[in-house]
Write a protein that binds this ligand. Structure first.
Ligand code: PHE
Length: 506
């Protein structure tokens, strides 16, 4: 039986799901602490360079791959050239690994939305988040106990996500985005306005906006910027290939891409303004230097924000609910986009019905995600997130460029494909960025980093931890990708492909 592909109802539906995928925890939870960890304003220049020369060009490349080859990532790469099917699977497995902890953070957000009511986190928000809520264990390898307070919301989220995923893409995912995205945008705007009008906000904004040119020499800042841009735009995880494969034949690509990318960057920046404004306010109320109020790292949203909300001049519960509610909504629309690549790929290759594929993907992911609900979970999550997003993602992007631009030489055809269906003409700049600028930058950064510290010293975690979990996640996804690519195709997609080519007269 040949698979009938799901299809978005309209072009606007596609833009919505693409925006919903892009705007996520990356914008609200990850961006502010990444900016902070990388020297504040220093981050802005690498970020915009990465966005314009790599993020947007590769986003368009993924759109064109999915749209031209009408397949999940593995099928699209296979239609590009049999040799590259593994890359599609690698990206699928990366998004699968990521969703297993992404859901956890949505679970935290949901819990904290609830704790906002009556600011139940109390005065010592640090002790509350790491202690009573997460029950963090005392050392890296100490698993700690199972945290029911974390597990419960996580299971709730899984139940909801499963319900959405079971329906056809335009019924489940598209409808979810149609409902949640507009609400989310209103919420984010209110948060930002409140954040930047707080007393002391300007000090916080200065930290975000004052560029520090010396940091431009630090390749780690550049790696973090590229990682953040790709993560935030959902580039390099097979998501956009999959989503674009659900588009009708002659739908505009470039314009949709610009809308999705720019609105994502806009909301990222907006959220950052709100967050840093609020940090400035906190510095003022606690009488501390702004550098001191930020406990950097992934606790920022869950430790510092509750603290800020505690001291709010009014409507504390409301703003807590708004902030953590927006994190939850933003996370949900992205989580489904991390699951869909796997669902779509399994269906294509093994000729499964949607329900079966969803059962497998959600079932396995849910079981794996339980690992992160133990006391040691947050450190595991931190390491896996860092290594997959910095290295898996960037090496994956390099492979993608090699596949399309250097080995199969399809970049010209991709460009004509985009231009044939799109309103906005994509010029030579696009090819130059994809073929030369981005790979040179990525190679340079990665080689520098590999030479310097072999990437072992992340956050002072034990080397063995970084090796097993960090590099482990990297190589496991890669290996699983290579192995799955070697398995036999059950579905008749190859025949379909032939027919398609015949019809097009190619
Ligand atoms: N872009 C999402 C975010 O900002 C995360 C994501 C990455 C979603 C990759 C899908 C694919 O949170």
């Amino acid at each position: 039986m040949a698979q009938v592909r799901d299809q978005w109802t309209t072009r606007a539906g596609f833009i919505l799901v693409a925006m919903g995928s892009a705007i996520g925890l990356g914008n609200i939870w990850r961006y502010p602490y990444t900016v902070y960890d990388n020297g504040g304003g220093a981050f802005l220049i690498p970020y915009f360079v990465a966005l314009l020369t790599a993020g947007i060009p590769l986003l368009l490349l993924e759109y064109s791959l999915g749209h031209r080859y009408k397949g999940s990532a593995p099928l699209s790469y296979r239609r590009l050239s049999q040799k590259w099917e593994w890359l599609g699977w690698w990206q699928v497995f990366m998004s699968f690994f990521i969703v297993t902890y992404y859901i956890i953070i949505i679970g935290w957000a949901l819990s904290f939305a609830y704790y906002s009511i009556g600011t139940q986190w109390g005065d010592d928000t640090n002790a509350f988040f790491f202690g009573s809520y997460l029950g963090v264990s005392d050392s890296f390898w100490n698993f700690g106990g199972l945290q029911w307070k974390v597990l419960l919301p996580v299971l709730l989220i899984w139940g909801f996500v499963y319900f959405v995923m079971r329906q056809k893409a335009h019924k489940g995912i598209e409808r979810l985005n149609r409902i949640l995205l507009p609400i989310l945008i209103v919420m984010l705007v209110i948060i930002t306005i409140r954040g930047i009008t707080l007393e002391g906000a300007t000090d916080g904004l200065n930290v975000l906006l004052t560029p520090d040119f010396s940091a431009l020499l630090d390749h780690n800042v550049w790696i973090a910027a590229y990682g953040q841009v790709f993560f935030s735009l959902s580039v390099g995880f097979a998501t956009m290939i999959t989503y674009a494969s659900y588009l009708a034949k002659d739908t505009d690509l470039s314009n949709s891409g610009f809308i999705a990318a720019l609105s994502n960057a806009g909301f990222e920046f907006l959220a950052a303004l709100g967050v840093f404004g609020a940090l400035g306010y906190l510095a003022l109320t606690t009488g501390n230097d702004i550098q001191e109020v930020v406990s950097s790292g992934i606790g920022l949203a869950f430790v510092v924000f509750p603290q800020i909300i505690n001291t709010f001049p009014g409507f504390n519960d409301f703003f807590g609910l708004l902030f953590f509610g927006s994190l939850t909504f933003a996370g949900l629309t992205s989580a489904v986009s991390l699951l869909e690549p796997g669902v779509s790929a399994l269906r294509d290759k093994f000729d499964l019905g949607r329900t079966k594929a969803v059962n497998i993907v959600c079932g396995v992911a849910a079981v794996v995600s339980i690992l992160y609900t133990f006391g040691g979970g947050i450190r595991f999550l931190d390491v896996v997130d860092n290594f997959l997003n910095s290295y898996g993602l960037l090496f994956g992007a390099l492979a993608m460029i090699t596949a399309v631009a250097w080995t199969t030489n399809q970049l010209d055809n991709m460009q004509s494909h985009i231009n044939n269906v799109s309103d906005v003409y994509i010029g030579a700049w696009w090819k130059i960025c994809v073929k030369y600028v981005t790979p040179v930058m990525l190679l340079f950064m990665l080689v520098q980093n590999l030479m310097q510290n072999f990437m072992l010293d992340y956050e002072g975690y034990p080397i063995v931890g970084n090796l097993t979990l960090g590099w482990g996640a990297f190589f496991t996804t890669l290996l699983l990708g290579i192995i799955t690519a070697r398995m036999k195709w059950k579905a008749n997609t190859e025949m379909l492909d032939l027919f398609r080519k015949m019809k097009e007269g190619a």
